[in-house]
Design a protein around this ligand. Sequence first.
Ligand code: PLP
Length: 229
Amino acid sequence: MTTIASALQAVRSRIALAATAAGRPVASIQLLAVSKTFPADAVRQAYTAGQRAFGESYVQEAVGKVEVLNDLPLRWHFIGPIQSNKTRPIAENFAWVHSLDRARIADRLSAGRPSNLPDLQVCLQVNVSGESSKSGVAPEDLPALARHVRTLPRLKLRGLMAIPEPTDDPVKQRLAFVHLRQILEQLNAAGFHLDTLSMGMSDDFEAAIAEGATIVRVGSAIFGEREKA
Ligand SMILES: *Cc1c(COP(=O)(O)O)cnc(C)c1O
């Protein structure tokens, strides 16, 4: 077995344990393998080990991999910051976007989504850490953004995403995830039908699963440490 295959197996076991501990079906949690900075060959190895959904953060790098790997039935998720001049390649190459946080970007993704593709599945990125994070819509501005996105053709609003401030303190990890889940519940109480909570990474996905994560975004625990940019 390759290193990537055995790492994937270990991550799947951790997910299963966390799901069981939380009294949730394992199938309610989707593993997104975050392959940013890793070559197409690493994605291919993960595919061979059964992985289908991959997350990327940098448009140019991602589109290169999408093209090289177009012989495989992969589902690509965009999880990085979105510049307005990069919305078209995102709309054309990805099945999901997790990092939508502005109406103007939503408009451009909607306009750029080819009509022969299924609707682009989107999560709104919420800033649950206050000042310290530059990305994500503030919780108080979220309902207006969600209402706007709901009106746009070719986008399907699925849920929320957050990247909480990194911390080793499991109590603090869990509080950020509780916060995101509560925000989702408030939106659903207000008439949305959101089914996706994209939260949890290599170091904290157990806490995220305990609080209801339906997609965990795991990079280094599968592919190894990334070079520091
Ligand atoms: C890089 C990245 C991840 C994966 O982080 P790891 O700690 O390597 O698991 C998850 N989500 C986002 C948005 C990322 O940019």
